[in-house]
Design a protein around this ligand. Structure first.
Ligand SMILES: [Zn+2]
Length: 233
């Protein structure tokens, strides 16, 4: 389908069912945008996929060997990305996570940094939590990435075995210990020498990704990279 025809189709569809910006709730006028133009202009792209190594890599130095780390946006409080993440997580917008995955996957595919990857592995949720929410936002994001990066998603390699409450009163080291024990590898996964890309919505301290990566690295010859939608840096 050529671009003019696609734009025309979008305009026609938009007249009948206008696509609404998930941040400010005004109609989106541009066919290839997930936010309206003014909200999109306020997003801070990291452009990490154009660099050999972005400073966010330092979050894992001395902790765990990570091959590549990329994140699409810098997380800023009171910015559209905060609202986008909140909508995805709490307001039942799984399709927005998929759309962002498709959008971001094009940049990552073009960068050439993800050519020899075996699996995209979304950070799993505890089954009880996933049932409550109805979806795992990291899995939705991974599905979108998979479409444009042409890399399969495997959501059964890593399992979340314990239910961790966000309302915890434990200190950081207790929480980290609990996190490290909360993931396990599916014993039926038997392939060695695989390169996994862990997928999550936001990278903050890196504790969750660190805990998940340490489990994947127990697989013989495994390599781990990380891709998130936003990074707090
Ligand atoms: Zn908007």
């Amino acid at each position: 389908m050529n671009k003019t025809f696609r734009t025309w189709l979008y305009d026609l569809g938009n007249c009948l069912y206008p696509k609404i910006c998930p941040v400010c709730k005004t109609p989106i006028r541009t066919w290839n945008r997930f936010l309206c133009y003014p909200c999109h202009e306020k997003l801070a792209y990291t452009h990490s996929w154009k660099m050999n190594q972005h400073p966010m890599h330092a979050l894992f130095w001395g902790r765990i060997p990570i091959e590549r780390i990329d994140s699409l946006f810098h997380y800023r409080k009171n910015s559209p990305i905060q609202t986008v993440l909140h909508r995805i997580k709490y307001h039942h917008y799984p399709e927005l996570a998929e759309e962002l995955g498709r959008y971001y996957g094009k940049y990552l595919a073009k960068s050439g940094k993800y050519q020899r990857i075996d699996w995209l592995v979304p950070i799993p949720m505890h089954p009880k939590k996933e049932l409550e929410r109805g979806y795992n936002q990291a899995h939705c994001f991974a599905k979108g990435l998979s479409e444009t990066m042409n890399i399969p998603v495997h959501q059964k390699i890593l399992q979340k075995t314990t239910y961790t409450s966000t309302q915890t009163k434990k200190n950081r080291s207790e929480r980290n210990r609990e996190l490290a024990q909360s993931f396990s590898i599916n014993p039926h996964f038997r392939r060695s020498n695989q390169h996994f890309v862990l997928i999550d919505d936001v990278l903050t301290t890196g504790a969750t990704l660190d805990a998940a990566a340490s489990q994947l690295l127990k697989i013989k010859g495994a390599k781990v990279s990380i891709v998130t939608l936003a990074v707090v840096i």
